[in-house]
Design a protein around this ligand. Structure first.
Ligand code: ATP
Ligand code: MG
Length: 474
């Protein structure tokens, strides 16, 4: 989680830093261009002033340029960022009375270069005080050849100093803002991610054997919603896990009983052949019972899998007839078919037979010779398929109505049967796998169990598929 936090802050600071750097850079560019323009303006201003002075009537009296330049220097005080000096006969002559940021009249090469100027010239020159904008104005008296120049220097970097200070302040403010944003982001991400961290810690602590832990839900935001969803998922997992554990406990318990019986008899078995034959018969009987329980458990386990059903076309009349034919030899009862629907549906015929046979075996178990057991099928007015097994036995008591469908649940009212209580659970699994259910449709005397399935009539397409499948089999 720390890495997520660092990543978020890293991204945010990266974007902010880019913005700050861009702003500072652009500001600097704009201010720097303004400084250049300001240097130009100052230079032009001084040059115009000098031209005006040189053209005035008081200047007309001079016949030597030195005197004219000296007078101008005396009357014109340069700003802090300016300096003037004069050149006469190629040599630096006089300079303005201020102390300039750098001396350029002592730069012999620079002076030599300007001394040749017979026309006004402008340019940039480097100095110890940074870039300097200079202008050189030659002075001509009457028709004399040019032998003197006025040099005006504008120290651009000195002019730009307040702008540099402003840019520096901007950069410092930007850096402080970045630091504050980083701090705020650290705190906010910490608070936002705290529930997620708790989520992870809790998830880490939940082991398969202890699903009771839950996450404290605070507030109503997305993270709280996530925690709530997580808790709901844990609720479901816990229920499923407890159910599974109970199931395994019950299965173990059911299987232990026949094992104990078999072991007890084998330990006590003597040498008498009659005794041995009796014990063998009993052991085989108990083993068959265990076998049935294991088979039932396997069916229940498989019923959770998607390939539990193998759907095919099932004719309801044929299905009921077949089950009655199989059931009749089981016991001496009055077997009846109430009615049958002449409909063909898509379902797993073998599983439906298995479910009906479980109901039949229950009915046989709860009836005596002479009792009636009736089977039937119908498509009702809303299009549901009903399959039922009804008997004239004692029926199911009210408190058992729902319970008997659970795994390993047996009725309370009766003498202990051989069954493990898995029959109705299997019937329910098969019904639900078909998208339907099973219910006890009777009250009081007589039991009537109904399978209720959604009606999926076989279409012509299904018939065609079946024919193609048969063709391929051949
Ligand atoms: N036709 C019926 N008449 C009366 N009670 C019934 C009938 N069918 C089921 N029951 C009750 O429902 C209980 C659960 O039936 P279920 O078929 O699940 O288990 P079982 O028959 O006892 O054992 P198993 O089917 O595993 O051999 C039975 O023990 C019985 O009490
Ligand atoms: Mg049963």
């Amino acid at each position: 989680m720390v890495s997520a936090r660092v990543r978020i802050i890293g991204w945010m600071l990266g974007v902010l830093a880019l913005a700050v750097v861009t702003v500072v850079f652009l500001t600097w560019q704009v201010l720097s261009a303004r400084s250049d323009a300001a240097a130009d303006t100052e230079l032009t201003h001084e040059a115009n002033k000098f031209r005006a002075f040189a053209g005035s009537s008081s200047a007309a009296a001079f016949d030597r340029p030195e005197a004219l330049l000296d007078l101008w220097l005396q009357n014109n005080l340069p700003d802090n960022s300016e300096a003037f000096f004069t050149i006469v006969d190629g040599q630096p002559y006089h300079r303005s009375q201020n102390s300039p940021p750098a001396r350029l009249d002592t730069d012999a090469a620079f002076v030599r270069r300007l001394a040749g100027a017979t026309d006004p010239q402008y340019g940039w020159v480097d100095s110890t005080a940074g870039k300097v904008r200079y202008g050189v104005i030659p002075v001509r008296i009457g028709t004399q050849p040019v032998r003197a120049q006025l040099v005006v220097l504008e120290f651009r970097d000195v002019l730009a100093q307040p702008l540099v200070a402003a840019t520096r302040a901007l950069a410092i403010i930007g850096a402080i803002t970045l630091a504050m944003a980083a701090g705020a982001c650290w705190l906010v991400t910490g608070r936002v991610l705290a529930p997620i961290r708790q989520l992870r810690t809790t998830a880490d602590q939940i082991s398969e054997s202890d699903l009771r832990r839950r996450i404290d839900v605070v507030g109503n935001d997305d993270v709280a919603q996530l925690a709530r969803t997580f808790n709901t998922m844990l609720d479901r997992l816990e229920v499923a896990f407890v159910a599974q554990r109970e199931f395994v406990d019950n299965a173990g318990h059911e299987l232990r009983t026949p094992i104990t019986v078999i072991r007890g008899h084998l330990e006590l078995m003597g040498d008498d052949p009659r005794d041995r034959a009796e014990t063998t018969a009993l052991v085989i009987d108990e083993l068959a019972r265990m076998n049935r329980i294991v088979d039932d458990l396997l069916v229940l386990a498989k019923s959770e899998r998607p390939d539990f059903l193998e759907p095919e076309e099932v004719n309801l009349t044929e299905l009921v007839m077949e089950v009655v034919a199989k059931a009749r030899p089981l016991a001496d009862r009055t077997w009846r078919i109430d009615e049958t629907a002449d409909a063909t549906i898509i379902a797993d015929g073998q599983r439906l037979t298995q479910a009906l046979m479980q109901l039949v075996s229950n009915a046989v178990r709860h009836t005596v010779t002479g009792d009636r057991i009736a089977l039937g099928s119908r498509v009702d007015h809303v299009g549901r398929v009903l399959l039922w097994v009804a008997d004239t036995g004692p029926g199911v008591s009210d408190e058992d109505r729902e319970r008997i469908f659970e795994r390993f649940a047996r009725g309370n009212d009766q003498v202990r049967t051989e069954g493990a209580g898995l029959g109705l659970a299997i019937v329910r699994s098969i019904a639900r796998a078909h998208g339907g259910d099973v219910r006890l449709a009777s009250g009081g005397r007589g039991a009537r169990f109904e399978l209720e399935l959604p009606h999926r009539p076989a279409t012509d397409d299904d018939l065609a598929d079946e024919l193609i499948a048969e063709e391929v089999d051949r």
